[in-house]
Design a binder for this molecule. Structure first.
Ligand SMILES: Cc1cc2nc3c(=O)[nH]c(=O)nc-3n(C[C@H](O)[C@H](O)[C@H](O)COP(=O)(O)OP(=O)(O)OC[C@H]3O[C@@H](n4cnc5c(N)ncnc54)[C@H](O)[C@@H]3O)c2cc1C
Length: 561
């Protein structure tokens, strides 16, 4: 698929001069819609994950133009222009995803969609209609003000967009009870790669058997099949009560046992999240009071008060049965209040290297132990944050805290791949693909990849919609990146980092042994000095009192002069 009429398109070959097509785009579109300012373009060459400088050998992440549409018609016009010019398009929400989906592989036009931010609630259909660039927390606030609640939202709700979460097939808060975003979307408005603005699905009723479900194809397509401009999302009535429960566990083993017991029971919390011991100690480093050291689970129940009370008590009983301890209501409330800020530990990094994977819920203790081993082998601080995405699936976010400014950090990027590989080995998968994981797709999907590539070709024959992502990993040279090379590359850099960490650890151990002996020696000298001083003082006092304290005087007590 690489090539596909794309050779030589996009990218500025050097310097900051915009390509001719970009100047033409700026002239043709509404004033202020297109930016070619090099400083601004620089800001669009990354997402939440830090981009290793070396990635620029393979990709050209800086776009040639950024457009910031305020309405769907502007999106449609720029897409039509891009089709004619054969220029790649990269849709972007708030760039809080870390898989590089909103980062160009070879320049082109980035669509910053945050200007499509209208939101309104339709009481008649119990839906909220939100622009693709609307921020989740704003959608949630409006729904609550109208007496509803969102069935699910990402923990990045304070900053991420509706279009971004739809395109990453999001699973987040509320998924245990109501499912992910796929269960919430009733209809989408999308500009397809042929420049048509279409409605997919039905605003007022569910679709079931009414033709191919193209709307569902868009969900989780990571911006490779079209630009979502608006979504109609289902709402739930607001609950009578919302009640959190927190529980501490001695180790990840008991924590895992509890989550499984809960998932196999009839109890249905709205949300279940959990944190391993390393994450808890990272929170302590931030100065937070964490009474549980081995592992923590946070649940929240919602609905009629009577039901909530019953489920809360039943879950507390399971906590005790699994060897855990139910925390105070105050601690449970504080933990729940922080649920959108789990990754505040990044302050300790300052760079957060993370991955997100889905694994069978029955294997969470095993996966968490494996992830902890990976983090330890790299000798970096890290931790694991997880949620129960359903009764059978856990979503785990392992992370490492590193310093991007250090040269060795480049090699730590291999960690991200190790987390993904571990999940695959244990029956799971990475939670996203984007730019970085596209090479793993054939291993994950086997023969069905052919059908996926065929769908992409049918809808986007010119391969202009977010090229180089999801169905194929393609470099800026329009060369498909073979899985074997990508995998070998990430494995080698990971190995180098482990070796570097190992020698670093040995040096540190040696230094600490040396400094320990040095400090022991200093302590001995100080003790001797203190004893001498004490002796001197005693001799002086004795002399003043006329007492003989010379060694060899074996008499007890004092001698009267
Ligand atoms: C602290 C933190 C917590 C998170 N918690 C969760 C969580 O609970 N659950 C979860 O699933 N994820 C989570 N994420 C990942 C991420 O925040 C979500 O996937 C988020 O919804 C992405 O939205 P965004 O606006 O930032 O999208 P972006 O990062 O901008 O884009 C993501 C992908 O979607 C495409 N895209 C964006 N907008 C459009 C559009 N309108 N049309 C077509 N394609 C589009 C992009 O091309 C890209 O491939 C978390 C991330 C962080 C940093």
């Amino acid at each position: 698929m690489a090539g596909n009429g794309t050779k030589g398109r996009g990218g500025r070959k050097g310097g900051d001069a915009p390509p001719d097509w970009a100047r033409l785009l700026e002239r043709r579109m509404d004033p202020g819609l297109v930016s070619l300012d090099p400083t601004e373009l620089e800001l669009y060459d990354r997402d939440a994950a830090p981009l290793p400088a070396s990635a620029k050998w393979a990709f050209k992440p800086r776009p040639d133009a950024v457009v910031r549409p305020k309405n769907a018609d502007q999106v449609r016009k720029v897409v039509r222009f891009a089709i004619k010019a054969g220029v790649p398009i990269v849709p972007r929400g708030a760039a809080t995803w870390g898989f590089g989906g909103a980062v160009p592989n070879n320049g082109g036009i980035v669509f910053d969609l945050q200007g499509l931010s209208d939101i309104h609630v339709d009481r008649d259909t119990m839906t909220v209609i939100a622009g693709a660039g609307a921020i989740w927390r704003d959608v949630q606030d409006l729904a609550e003000r109208r007496g509803y609640m969102l069935p699910a939202y990402p923990t990045s709700a304070p900053g991420s967009t509706v279009g971004g979460w739809i395109n990453t097939g999001g699973v987040g808060v509320g998924a245990f009870r109501y499912g992910g975003i796929d269960r919430q979307v009733r209809a989408l408005r999308v500009v397809l790669p042929n420049g048509e603005h279409v409605r997919l699905g039905f605003d007022r009723v569910i679709p079931n058997s009414s033709g191919y479900d193209i709307k569902s194809l868009i969900i989780g397509s990571e911006g490779t099949l079209g630009i979502v401009t608006e979504a109609t999302l289902e709402l739930q009535p607001a609950p009578e009560e919302f009640r959190p429960l927190a529980a501490g566990f001695p180790t990840s083993k008991e924590l895992g046992d509890f989550v499984q017991l809960l998932a196999r029971s009839r109890i249905t919390p709205y949300h279940i999240s959990f944190y391993d011991s390393s994450h808890l100690s990272n929170l302590e480093q931030l100065g937070e009071d964490v009474p549980y050291k081995g592992g923590l689970v946070s649940l929240v129940f919602e609905g009629y008060s009577a039901m909530v009370g019953w489920e809360w008590e039943a879950a507390a009983e399971l906590v005790r049965r699994a060897g855990g301890e139910v925390a105070s209501e105050r601690f449970a409330n504080t933990t729940w209040d922080e649920h959108m800020f789990d990754l505040r530990v990044a302050r300790e990094g300052p760079t957060l290297l993370m991955n997100e994977v889905f694994v069978p819920l029955s294997r969470i203790s095993e996966v968490m132990a494996g992830m902890a081993r990976i983090i330890n082998s790299h000798n970096v601080p890290g931790g694991i944050v997880g949620t129960a995405a359903s009764r059978s699936t856990a979503s785990l976010m392992p992370y490492a805290l590193v310093d991007r400014r250090k040269w060795t950090t480049f090699f730590a990027f291999g960690l991200v791949d190790e987390f993904a590989q571990l999940s695959i080995d244990l029956g799971g998968r990475p939670a996203g693909v984007g730019l970085w994981m596209a090479y793993q797709m054939p291993e994950l999907h086997g023969k069905s990849m052919e059908a996926m590539v065929a769908i992409k070709k049918a809808l986007d024959p010119k391969d202009i919609m977010n090229p180089g992502k999801l169905v194929h990993a393609v470099s800026k040279f329009d060369i498909e990146l073979p899985a074997a090379i990508m995998s070998l590359g990430t494995k080698s850099i990971s190995m180098v980092h482990t070796l570097l960490s190992d020698s670093g650890r040995r040096k540190r151990d040696a230094r600490s042994t040396a400094s320990k002996s040095a400090s022991e020696a200093t302590e001995m000298v100080e003790e001797e000095r203190a004893e001498d001083l004490e002796e001197e003082r005693a001799t002086m006092e004795a002399a003043e009192a006329g007492i003989d304290t010379e060694p060899g005087d074996d008499s007890e007590g004092t001698k009267e002069g």
